[in-house]
Design a protein. Structure first.
Length: 302
């Protein structure tokens, strides 16, 4: 299959517009990392002060969304957009974003760059995330139940390739996440709330994070209108405030703009979207008004 024609940024925006959008800001990147952790801490404090089923559910959803947000910031680092200095970019992304949620950076970077190069082509390593759709609504909601009950997370842990790759590979894959999680557990234990590591770190990661990641994956490339057109092979979702809080943190919903302008940091994607609309590209763009609409598009009544 022929490689999809890459988008040429200069055909869509002027050089001054592109130069304005592509500016990296280390203070802005640091603020986003701090925001993610402050939100997580705030949700934990909320439950610690007023423990109840309601505050537990709310905290799990907020923290699960910020855990996805940490991986969104890893994604920024994959494109060297989080911090201006490459070494700082990678170290902060590894230790403050990826490792706490049992993620990694180098292998993700290699895979993700291939995804950009071969979007929806046969060589796209993420093609399997888009090809199963549409799926019956009953199947989709069964998957939601599996996500929220931890079944999806358990299955992913059991299928993790590193288990079968030898002791050396396994240790290299685990040492960072184990160290980061040990620090997190140690801090919570020192504060007298070790149980929050189970209730408000591992539980959100095993439940809400899985659901948010599933919906995000479906939204980005499933059931798009033209796999060869850079304006139609990726979807942007104009998410509401609640969707941004619970499903799509840090402008991750502007995925079409990200594919068109991979050099643009996440905080400038909304401005890139506005520029494309102002130039009359809206009719050619794959855009959904909400994640509810995305679910409707990628599921069938069967």
């Amino acid at each position: 299959m022929a490689e999809p024609t890459p988008a040429i940024a200069g055909d869509l925006l002027t050089l001054p517009e592109i130069q304005s959008l592509r500016r990296i800001s280390s203070p802005r990147g640091a603020t986003l990392v701090l925001h993610a952790w402050a939100t997580i801490a705030g949700a934990m404090i909320l439950y610690a002060l007023w423990p109840s089923p309601l505050t537990l559910i709310l905290a799990v959803a907020i923290i699960g969304a910020r855990q996805l947000g940490l991986m969104v910031l890893v994604h920024e680092a994959v494109h060297w957009r989080l911090f201006e200095r490459a070494r700082v970019n990678d170290r902060v992304a590894r230790w403050f974003c990826a490792h706490p949620v049992w993620g990694e950076l180098p292998a993700y970077r290699r895979r993700h760059h291939l995804h950009h190069r071969y979007t929806l082509g046969a060589e796209d390593p993420d093609l399997a995330l888009a090809t199963p759709f549409p799926i019956p609504r009953g199947v989709f909601w069964a998957n939601v139940v599996r996500d929220l009950t931890g079944i999806t997370a358990c299955a992913r842990v059991l299928r993790w390739p590193a288990w079968r790759a030898g002791v050396g590979v396994l240790w290299r894959a685990l040492r960072g996440p184990v160290a980061a999680n040990a620090v997190l557990l140690g801090v919570l234990t020192a504060l007298g709330h070790w149980e929050l590591y189970l209730l408000l770190w591992l539980l959100p990661l095993a439940t809400w994070y899985q659901l948010a990641a599933r919906i995000r994956d479906a939204a980005e490339h499933a059931m798009v209108s033209d796999g060869s057109d850079p304006l139609r092979n990726t979807r942007t979702v104009t998410a509401s405030l609640l969707e941004r809080v619970f499903l799509a943190p840090y402008w991750v919903s502007y995925h079409l703009e990200h594919h068109l302008f991979v050099f643009v940091p996440c905080w400038s994607l909304r401005r890139a979207h506005a520029l494309l609309l102002a130039k009359g590209y809206r009719a050619r763009m794959e855009v959904a008004p909400s994640y509810v609409e995305v679910i409707r598009r990628v599921t069938s009544a069967r």
